[in-house]
Design a protein around this ligand. Structure first.
Ligand code: R1P
Ligand code: URA
Length: 301
């Protein structure tokens, strides 16, 4: 996903647009620029942040506001942050815009900087598998996010050719229902996907706008379309297959790409939707994912 344009560097942003707290921190994350690392490990669950940061050599900042919990420190000489986004692409919209503001906007003059910095943003999430052969407790690395949310439709962006080809094949294969919002496709950072995906499942991730009906679950209220998960599980386009469902990757990939950051999602499979199984010990599997991401990345940033 590419930005068609960026805000000019000579136009100050109004107080209502770039909202800052009295201590100069950004509105929701409550962070100041010196409290963010060059590598940002994001997760939905605030309880996962200390599990990640306990691997750091040192933690210098612990900041909490709403569901946004941040620990920033150092690992092998790299400034690194673990940050909880909370659930959903609406939160990803806030997180990616605010971490970008911390590095690419002069908060004192409120003007976008001419020389921009690129962050590496890695999501350590959990997901539901959409294929029999992707078992619970395995890791899935997302090559592309297929967004069933709406976030990227509100930005002046255009898809790359590879994203458009997958989107068109997906719409045709699923006979996309008229009553649902139009999906979009956003690619992750190929280098990070290759590095973290070696020896694990790599494929397309469907990002849903909810956990129940939007992922085809029916408790007391059935979804409006009941055959989508089967269509997702049989989708094939060139080497691309849909592997899993979660709730953040499409907007993370779309916004990170458009703002010049490198993003990658790694998820622990906690449920297999086809086999109707749930992990017996997802805590251990999540710990393994954290160790994998940190080990594989050591020396690589
Ligand atoms: C749903 O239970 C949540 O878990 C997954 C989904 O994307 C959603 O946020 O990710 P996290 O474990 O990172 O929150
Ligand atoms: N997270 C999701 O969004 N869906 C699942 O099925 C499991 C985790």
């Amino acid at each position: 996903m590419h930005a068609i344009t960026h805000t000019p560097t000579d136009s100050p942003l109004a107080e209502s647009e770039l909202v800052l707290n009295p201590d100069g921190s950004v509105y929701h994350l409550a962070l100041r620029p010196e409290q963010l690392g060059d590598v940002v490990l994001v997760c939905g669950d605030p309880g996962r942040v200390p599990l990640i940061s306990r691997h750091f050599d040192r933690v210098d900042h612990r900041v909490t506001n709403r569901e946004f919990v941040t620990h920033t420190g150092e690992l092998h000489g790299t400034r690194i942050t673990a940050l909880a986004t909370g659930i959903g692409t609406d939160n990803i919209d806030i997180v990616v815009n605010e971490v970008d503001a911390l590095v690419n906007i002069d908060l004192a003059s409120r003007t976008p900087l001419a020389r921009t910095r690129s962050l590496r943003i890695i999501r350590l999430g959990t997901c539901g598998a959409l294929r029999e052969e992707v078992p619970v407790d395995a890791l899935v690395v997302s090559s592309f996010g297929i967004g069933l949310d709406n976030v990227m439709h509100y930005y002046a962006c255009e898809p790359a050719d590879a994203e458009l080809r997958i989107l068109n094949a997906f719409l045709a294969h699923t006979e996309w229902p008229d009553n649902l919002p139009l999906p979009y496709v956003a690619q992750g950072d190929q280098g990070l996907v290759e590095m973290l995906g070696r020896d694990h499942h790599v494929g397309l991730t469907v990002t849903a706008g909810g956990f129940y009906g939007p992922q085809g679950r029916a408790l007391r209220l059935p979804p409006s379309v009941d055959s989508l998960n089967e269509a997702f599980g049989t989708f094939a386009h060139e080497e691309h297959r849909i592997l899993n469902y979660e709730m953040e990757t499409s907007a993370l990939y779309g916004l990170a790409g458009a703002l010049g950051h490198r993003a990658c999602t790694v998820c622990t499979v906690v449920a297999n939707r086809l086999r109707k199984e749930y992990s017996r010990d997802h805590h251990t599997a999540i710990e393994r994912m954290i160790a994998h991401v940190l080990e594989r990345s050591t020396g690589a940033w």
